[in-house]
Structure formats: C-alpha cells, structure tokens
Design a binder for this molecule. Structure first.
Ligand code: HEM
Length: 215
C-alpha cells in the first residue's frame, strides 16, 4: 500500500529530525555557549532551506496521509470499527495499547504544538547570539512551559506505537528481529519523550542557561 509506505517513510524522517533536534537543544543545557555557536553556524548553512522544505513536506504529508488512511479504514470496516487490538502480553503492553488508541490525539496535539512552536521560534528567527534568550523568553511563560512538557510526553506516546508500526509497514519487521526492533523503537520513544518533556523544565531552572541568555 503506497499510502502506508509514505506514512511510515515521512514518520521515520520526522523521528530522525527529532533525534537530531533533541541533541541540538540538549546542548543548550550541557554547554549554553556552544549552543549559541551551533545555532549561528546552522543558520548560515546553504542546505538549511532545503532541509526545512523537506521537513515541512514530511510534517504536513504525514498527518494528511494518516487522516486519509483512517477514513478509508473506517469505510472498509464500518462505523463501529475501533483500532485493532494486540494480543501480546508483557509489562509494556498496556502502555503500548494506550499509545495505539491515542495515536490520533497525540498526533493532533503535536500538530497544534508545532504551529505554536514554529511561530514562536522559527518564523521570527532570533538574531545571532540571541537564540537562547528567545528560547528562555518563551519557556518562562507558564502556559508555554506546560505546553512544551505535554507535547514532549505526547511525542513519546506517539512514537511508542509509531516507530514499530512504521517498521512493519516498511517490511522491516521479521519474526527473527521483531523483538529487537520493538525494544529499540520503544527505547527511542522513551528517550525522546522523556527528553522533550523534561528539557524545557531543566532549561528554565538552569542558572548557566540564564547567565548566557542574559548576555
Ligand atoms: C525542549 C523543547 C524544545 C526546544 C527548546 C526547541 C527549540 C527550538 C528552536 C530554538 C528552534 C528554532 C531553530 C532555528 O532557529 O533554526 C526550533 C525549531 C523547530 N522545532 Fe523545536 N524545540 C523543542 C521541542 C520540539 C518538539 C517536541 C518538536 C516536534 C514535535 C519540535 C519541532 C521543531 C520544528 C519542526 C522546528 C522548525 C525547524 C526549522 O525550520 O529549522 N521542537 N525548536
């Protein structure tokens, strides 16, 4: 199914972006001065507009194709159809089942967050050396801090189901490697979810970040 392939491919491209993005913004906590240098150098790369264009295509294509597939599934299986249930047993399975059920909601929340986030930090790009001050100004608004933390948790939940599902769609999930891929996907979801949920709080509380952001 070509739609399923593109949902998986765009989803995995977004996971790759999120992994690099967490590394980039995580640098702000570990070494705030290095983060400013990194942000300035990134903004001068000639390939950046192409990367942003690809990101926009994946960010819009992924939810639109998912919506189209959900509508087609509903028509094929009738209005009473819910998500297919897994019969697997294990300590993670209740959370994985919840993540599968909530996938349209976690995805919608992420889309809403992204609209706010891109307007705040990308639409008006801060001048060189002022990236951290802009990030901190956003995160110091209590509703923004809450939104960023909840969006981080939603990203983790979305990926808990999404990474494994994408692996299956792309034909990567074989009986021989299923357990390893599932564990890897869930580990990545946990790292990205916990990272993006906790990082905003850590940035607001860090005296070193406040010092560099204050100029
Ligand atoms: C701790 C939480 C986060 C912080 C501090 C943060 C910080 C930033 C900053 C500073 C930028 C602007 C980059 C630039 O000037 O080039 C940015 C862009 C962006 N962020 Fe985040 N971000 C966070 C979480 C997230 C999450 C959870 C997502 C996705 C679900 C996300 C998706 C994006 C996207 C799509 C862009 C636009 C990239 C571009 O066009 O260059 N961010 N973020």
């Amino acid at each position: 199914m070509i739609v399923g392939f593109w949902i998986a491919a765009t989803g995995l491209a977004l996971v790759l972006f999120l992994t690099v993005h967490l590394g980039g913004v995580g640098m702000a906590l570990v070494d705030p001065t290095a983060f400013e240098v990194y942000a300035t150098s990134l903004h001068h790369q000639s390939w950046l507009p192409w990367l942003e264009f690809a990101l926009l295509a994946a960010g819009l294509g992924h939810p639109l194709l998912s919506l189209q597939r959900a509508r087609a599934n509903l028509q094929a299986r009738g209005p009473a159809a819910g998500p297919l249930r897994s019969r697997r047993q294990g300590p993670w399975e209740p959370l994985a089942a919840l993540a599968a059920r909530l996938i349209p909601w976690s995805g919608s929340l992420l889309l809403l967050f992204l609209a706010v986030h891109v307007l705040q930090l990308r639409w008006h790009r801060p001048s060189a050396g002022a990236e951290l001050a802009a990030v901190l100004a956003v995160l110091q608004e209590p509703w923004c801090l809450a939104l960023y933390a909840v969006a981080g948790a939603a990203a983790g939940l979305h990926l808990l189901h999404g990474v494994e599902s994408a692996g299956r769609r792309l034909g990567l999930l074989e009986p021989a490697n299923a357990a390893v891929l599932r564990l890897g996907g869930r580990g990545l979801a946990l790292v990205l979810g916990a990272g993006f949920a906790l990082l905003p709080i850590a940035l607001v509380l860090s005296p070193a970040v406040a010092r560099v952001a204050g100029g």
